[in-house]
Design a protein around this ligand. Structure first.
Ligand code: SF4
Ligand code: SF4
Length: 387
């Protein structure tokens, strides 16, 4: 019998350092050390003993390319061969400033897809990410593309840039770029943490706007969040970490080998659960305060969201968003809850209308005629499953 195993996600953070200075950043640290190859070997040993599900390994930061070509030349074969029984796949999240033909070649050899960050046209991007950011990222993008790497961009919407959402959307559309949006969070390392943060209401409005836009341009652009949200509602199952119980299937390892529940907690020692050099099993990690806290969050969601029609595929949102602003207390779900409700309500309503009230009106839906009317949620679902 073929039993599907839950995919395991391991985030490796080779350094917390970053050469950029984005206004809303919450994670980069100056002078952060680089992960040693000994630590990578310890990761391989730990992962092999720890679990046997298929694993995706994402290099994250800080800025992971600061680790340099030599690091990836050694680390990728170690991970790929050492974890071959877990059929590892790789990804990297980088601002691309330090991309070189040498690094691009190594990443291409292991088919590593690249996630990068651009917040829209140069002027809007550089206003919030710093002068010169756009050009440096685009330079790296050209090198990556020249080596056949698949590059997608995350666009962070802030309280300021959201006012230019149309211009930003058109930038992604015209340049033929896949769009993945990220709402700016209150920076935990800033005197004015809320200055750039996108409010839940504005975030909800933005998601509704992008839903309409991605349906209007269904054959021209992919808005990944909208695809994910529609898939969640259609399958009634969370399929991205924000909308699933990430605890136990997602871990991150920092430059010194410390193990955290997610890359977002790295650099906050109170969330370290153990170290790969000690080769800890689940039982040992489960003794740590961070593990217990994350699992208490899951129980809290079961109670707090029990009346919500979206609980099955929302699961209270991201525990990091919920826990860290409250200084490690569990006092609520993800503060983006109003945004999630707005978009999940809208998708559910439209889906119900399309499926039960006018099944023949949907263009390209299952069994429906390929004609008339504007594309709807079923068109997006159809597009996703037929890829
Ligand atoms: S803490 Fe948040 S960002 Fe991290 S894996 Fe969980 S849901 Fe995703
Ligand atoms: S939408 Fe809000 S209330 Fe509903 S499950 Fe998500 S976090 Fe909980």
């Amino acid at each position: 019998m073929n039993i599907m195993k839950t995919p395991f996600h391991l985030m490796l953070v080779p350094t917390l350092g970053c050469p950029a200075r984005c206004s809303y950043c919450w994670s980069s640290e100056e002078g952060s050390p680089i992960m040693s190859i000994e630590t990578v070997k310890a990761v391989v040993r730990w992962m092999r003993d720890f679990q046997d599900n298929p694993v995706t390994i994402t290099f994250h930061g800080g800025e992971p390319l600061l680790a340099g070509a030599e690091f990836y030349r050694e680390a990728l074969p170690l991970l790929s061969e050492g974890l071959s029984s877990l059929t590892p796949s790789f990804a990297i999240q980088t601002n691309l400033w330090r991309m070189t033909p040498e690094i691009a070649e190594i990443l291409a050899e292991y088919s590593v897809p690249v996630g990068s960050s651009i917040d829209g046209p140069e002027q809007i991007n550089d206003r919030q990410r710093g002068t010169g950011y756009f050009k440096k990222t685009m330079r790296g993008y050209e090198i990556a593309r020249a080596h056949g790497l698949d590059v997608r961009f995350i666009c962070t919407f802030t309280s300021q840039s959201v006012e230019a959402k149309e211009e930003i959307f058109n930038f992604f559309l015209k340049n033929n770029l896949t769009l993945k949006l990220h709402p700016a969070l209150p920076s935990l390392r800033n005197d004015k943490p809320e200055e750039w943060a996108l409010s839940p209401e504005k975030y909800g409005e933005l998601l509704l706007y992008l839903l309409d836009k991605s349906l209007e341009h269904i054959h021209e652009i992919e808005v990944m969040n909208i695809n994910d949200l529609c898939r969640c509602v259609f399958t009634r199952h969370g399929n991205v970490c924000t909308f699933a119980d990430c605890m136990g299937y997602t871990f991150a390892v920092g430059p010194d080998g410390d193990i955290y529940p997610c890359y977002r907690f790295i650099g906050m020692p109170e969330y370290a659960m153990g170290n790969v050099s000690d080769n800890p099993g689940r039982e040992e990690l489960a003794e740590s305060p961070a593990w217990k806290l994350m699992h208490r969050f899951r129980d809290f969601v079961d109670e707090e969201c029990k009346e919500c029609p979206h609980i099955r595929y929302c699961r209270g949102g991201c525990p990091y968003n919920a826990i860290t602003p409250a200084k490690g207390e569990i006092s609520g779900v993800d503060p983006h809850c109003p945004a999630y409700k707005m978009i999940f309500d809208e998708i559910s309503d439209r889906l119900n209308t399309e499926m039960f009230e006018s099944p023949m009106m949907e263009m390209g839906g299952f069994g429906a005629k390929r004609e008339r009317m504007k594309p709807g949620i079923m068109s997006l679902v159809h597009k996703m499953v037929s890829r």
